[in-house]
Design a protein around this ligand. Structure first.
Ligand SMILES: Nc1ncnc2c1ncn2[C@@H]1O[C@H](COP(=O)(O)OP(=O)(O)OP(=O)(O)O)[C@@H](O)[C@H]1O
Ligand SMILES: [Mg+2]
Length: 255
């Protein structure tokens, strides 16, 4: 079976998103494979978060098409779980950890549906999968950054989605939390799910990801890490912001 025979978990065609005059994402086409982990890479302001939000339908598209497992977004929205960029969340919101995870179930339960013991057990199982089972009753504002990140990952797991979109899941977490998160993500991939993560640490791209999309408003390069994550494509993505010496340290082959 060739790659072309596999329906992408997510595909965007000619995606353009603009908040004002200048587009944040311009004419981007890309396909994301199921049973794979894809990194979205690019400098601050490159439109990475915007692209995930457009894939979720939470920001309007100026033009372009989004399909999820071959279906229009309106029919497949329930198959997507999303972990937002941590800085964008209101941590003073008075709610506890288990309730945040239970929010992941609202599509299954319905807004007015009753949360049952089985739902609570699922929430606690998801907290255990990310290694913070002891924190269920804690207010979310009283967690460390790494613990907050794990709670949002647990909420995404509770959704039992097929496509996971994560915005900088490793930002500001220590090495142990990073390992815990990557293990969970690799587990999702092994189950056949698609994982798409905005990622800033260029030194771990090769170890963590199968595919990469280099973005700077436009699509710069995309494909398997070995093919697309090159010194040239990084230079084209980051321009002068990434010193040649830094790229050299990554030990990439040159095209
Ligand atoms: N709600 C908004 N209203 C207006 N402009 C916005 C909004 N959100 C993002 N932008 C602008 O769109 C551009 C892309 O932002 P986006 O958050 O997608 O970048 P990013 O690649 O995720 O950056 P970072 O690495 O800093 O998270 C930026 O210039 C940003 O200022
Ligand atoms: Mg962002």
């Amino acid at each position: 079976m060739s790659v072309a025979d596999i329906t992408p978990a997510l595909s965007v065609q000619g995606l353009t998103v603009s908040y004002g005059q200048k587009p944040a994402v311009f004419d981007v086409s890309a396909a994301f494979r199921p049973r794979a982990m894809t990194a979205i890479i690019g400098p601050n302001g490159a439109g990475k978060s915007t692209m995930l939000k457009a894939a979720l339908g939470v920001v309007p598209r100026l033009s372009g098409e989004v399909r999820v497992f071959g279906q229009p977004l309106s029919e497949a929205r329930a198959r997507i779980a999303y972990v937002p960029q941590r800085a964008s969340v209101d941590w003073d919101f008075p709610t506890n950890v288990r309730d945040v995870v239970l929010m992941g179930l609202y599509r299954k339960v319905g807004l007015l549906g009753r949360i049952t013991g089985a739902h609570r057990r699922l929430a606690d199982e998801c907290l255990a999968r990310v290694g913070i089972e002891g924190f269920a009753g804690r207010q979310i504002g009283q967690l460390s950054g790494g613990q907050q990140q794990r709670v949002f990952l647990a909420r995404a797991l509770a959704q039992e989605a097929d496509l996971y979109l994560l915005d900088e899941p490793f930002a500001g977490v220590d090495a142990a939390t990073e390992r815990a998160i990557i293990e969970v993500l690799k587990g999702l991939k092994a189950e056949g799910k698609a994982v798409v993560a905005v990622h800033h640490d260029l030194s771990t791209v090769g170890a963590y990801f199968d595919d990469v999309l280099l973005l700077n408003v436009r699509r710069i390069a995309a494909g398997p890490v070995e093919a697309a994550f090159t010194a040239e494509s990084l230079q084209a993505t980051y321009g002068g912001r990434l010193a040649g010496a830094h790229i050299d340290q990554l030990g990439l082959r040159s095209a």
